[in-house]
Ligand binder design. Structure first.
Ligand SMILES: [Zn+2]
Length: 76
């Protein structure tokens, strides 16, 4: 599989996949992480700043499985 890059939805930096993840029973999706961008995520009841991590689905749409409603990805 050729190395595919996608732009970070926040800063536009080109990122290469750091791994894959399976969402429920769906296909494996590539996972991207931008170390330049920090986002606040609720991890085990605690708000933490973590590097922006997201998946890209079959339609090329970026989303964060940990925060699917994040306006960064929904555009709202
Ligand atoms: Zn970024």
């Amino acid at each position: 599989m050729p190395a595919k890059t996608v732009p970070c939805p926040k800063c536009g930096r080109q990122l290469t996949a750091s791994g894959v993840v399976s969402i429920e029973d769906g296909p494996e999706l590539p996972v991207y992480q931008c170390d330049e961008c920090l986002v606040t995520r609720n991890a085990f009841g605690t708000l933490m700043e973590v590097a922006l991590t997201f998946c890209v689905d079959e339609n090329g749409r970026a989303f964060d499985p940990a925060a699917p409603d994040d306006p960064l990805f929904t555009g709202n």
